[in-house]
Design a protein around this ligand. Structure first.
Ligand SMILES: Cc1ncc(COP(=O)(O)O)c(C=O)c1O
Length: 388
């Protein structure tokens, strides 16, 4: 009989740099009395990001949602945008806030990213862009989407909220498409407490994004666009800067955790993990999504989710329900049957992964899943024997 964890194990837990280092950084902020509005810490952080992503085309925001909203507005996207229903709601909200109609199409079954074939079929004269999501940090079908966007003269935008640190063919994922949005939310492997960033192809966009995030101010006396307030403050920038310095270590630890989950869950009936990513992808190990097959595992995803809670393990059903099934989007017409997305949403469960999750705890989480499965199969076998 395995005992429940004494303390709750949540799906994620933010990485924190040493408190003394953060205090030293705070001292600089205290000395300067500069808390927000393009302060020295933010400027230094922006330069660090620019070096990390090997581009000057970066713009930093107070969160990823506003970054995406502003990015769509800055690029002048309108009409219809083809997107995925299998994501966090903010992806679609950013369209809605720009009065853009989301056109939901299906995902592919391996990595859960937008299915290019379905994208092509959904293009209409009103389509202006594709908004694809590197969901769980899995890179989208980059070449196929780029090809569709080029042939149909559409903007290609990536919600890369989960993909900080991901590289493909020795290039940062930020270098694909016309624009990418990264979230620095505390739940992500990389974070600045709250924060976000746009990277973009056309350097001419930079000033528009900068104006839009600062009320439209061009200078003290000129307001050129009805902008909003989406500026990152100095404390966020300090956290972002410190976490960036530790990112390699964070990713390395997450890799170890992922390997252990893969090893231990391999062969458990009814549990499926996404296939290993292609060799040219450097992954950030952002999530451990598993699919639970009710028939084979012996219980549904929801039952497993509830069972795990009894052991003090709080997995999350990312991403369920599909966006189009939320009350606020039910009136959006959906032509694609979304067969894959619906099946995946009903089976998906994200398991705990974070920097200071101990490997022995990963062993225990897996042993609990295995024990739940065995208990269920023993009961079923007894029932079958009882009938014979
Ligand atoms: C796929 C996706 N898009 C957008 C966002 C929004 O980012 P933020 O929380 O930084 O506003 C998130 C965040 O959590 C996300 O997971």
């Amino acid at each position: 009989m395995i005992k429940p964890f004494e303390k709750p194990i949540y799906v994620t837990k933010p990485f924190l740099p040493p408190l003394e280092d953060f205090s030293d950084g705070l001292k600089e902020i205290w000395d300067s009395h500069w808390l927000t509005n393009n302060g020295p810490v933010l400027n230094r952080f922006t330069q660090q990001l620019s070096n990390y992503f090997e581009t000057d085309n970066v713009c930093v925001f107070n969160n990823g949602t506003l970054a995406l909203q502003i990015g769509l507005q800055g690029l002048g996207i309108s009409g219809e945008v083809i997107t995925t229903p299998f994501t966090f709601v903010a992806t679609t909200h950013a369209l809605f806030w720009n009065k853009i109609r989301p056109v939901f199409v299906d995902i592919e079954p391996d990595y859960y990213t937008l299915d290019p074939e379905k994208v092509e079929a959904a293009i209409t004269p009103w389509t202006t862009a594709i908004l694809a999501v590197h969901v769980f940090g899995h890179p989208c079908k980059l070449n196929a989407l780029a090809d569709i966007a080029r042939r149909h003269n559409l903007k290609l935008i990536y919600d890369a909220a989960h993909a900080f640190g991901v590289r493909v063919g020795n290039k940062s994922i930020a270098h694909f498409g016309d624009m990418s949005m990264f979230s620095f939310h505390a739940t992500k492997p990389y974070h600045s407490m709250e924060g976000g960033m746009l990277t973009f192809r056309d350097s001419g966009q930079k000033s528009t994004f900068d104006y839009l995030k600062n009320f439209g101010f061009k200078n003290e006396v000129e307001v050129v666009i009805p902008g909003t307030n989406a500026k990152m403050n100095e404390m966020q920038a300090l956290m972002g800067s410190m976490v960036l310095e530790c990112l390699d270590e964070i990713i390395e630890k997450r890799w170890q955790i992922t390997c252990l989950y893969r090893e231990k869950l391999k062969g458990v009936p009814g549990i499926r993990l996404a296939p290993e990513l292609p060799k040219d992808v450097r992954y950030n190990y952002a999530y451990i999504p598993i699919e639970v097959d009710e028939q084979e595992f012996g219980m549904s995803r929801d039952q497993l989710y509830e069972e795990l809670k009894k052991y003090n393990i709080y997995a999350r059903r990312y991403f369920y329900p599909l966006i189009c099934d939320f009350a606020c989007y039910r009136s959006v017409s959906v032509k694609d049957p979304l067969a894959v997305a619906r099946a995946v949403a009903s089976r998906i469960l994200a398991l705990p992964i974070y920097y200071d999750l101990h490997l022995e705890d990963v062993h225990k989480i897996c042993d609990i899943i295995i024990a739940i499965n065995q208990r269920k199969s023993n009961r079923q076998n007894t029932k079958i024997k009882g009938k014979v």
